[in-house]
Design a binder for this molecule. Structure first.
Ligand code: ZN
Length: 176
């Protein structure tokens, strides 16, 4: 790990540590918590911090946060899964405007990124007093997953979140 001696951009302190996240490096100030690095990575880390503060899953929160932000969609539950229990992550939502456009956006996005995901994801229609949808990795009735499978699905949550951010700006993405 390289150590960069430059001071913190925000507070000027030298107590800045370089941290490797995947293939990239971020600099984190130990005094003011300021993060420096590639913008999308910083955004991810900030959302994970927010999730940590809220006591919710840091794995599913960024994607759930993105989906909650879509007009006409409301998140009703999300989970980053559990490596020990062998449960897979999911994000559940309802269409509060009763229209299907956001479902089409997410469905089309999943189709486009399919080759880059480790798991096969699908959107399942559920009904429990109300119509809802659950985005999760497809499974063949297998109850307990391995820790590696759960981790692969968690990695996918980040990939899906990143891709959706890009896709949202493209011409095929349905807007109001
Ligand atoms: Zn600082």
């Amino acid at each position: 790990m390289d150590y960069e001696p430059e001071p913190c951009d925000s507070c000027g302190n030298h107590a800045v540590i370089a941290r490797r996240v995947g293939a990239e490096v971020v600099r984190e100030c130990e005094v003011c918590d300021n993060l420096e690095g590639p913008p999308d990575l910083i955004e991810l880390l900030e959302l994970q911090r927010e999730a940590d503060g809220l006591g919710v899953s840091i794995d599913s929160y960024p994607l759930a946060h993105f989906i909650e932000d879509l007009p006409g969609v409301r998140i009703i539950g999300d989970s980053g899964g559990d490596r020990k229990q062998g449960t897979m992550p999911f994000v559940a939502f309802e269409l509060s405007d009763r229209r299907t456009w956001q479902l089409e956006n997410i469905g089309q996005a999943l189709r486009l990124m399919r080759g880059d995901l480790k798991c096969e994801w699908s959107i399942e229609f559920t009904f429990d007093f109300q119509m809802a949808f659950e985005l999760h990795p497809r499974h063949d009735g297998e109850v307990k997953h391995t820790a590696d499978q759960v981790q692969a699905a968690r990695d996918d949550l980040v990939t899906i979140w990143r891709r959706l951010q890009t896709y949202r700006g493209l011409s095929w993405w349905k807007r109001e």
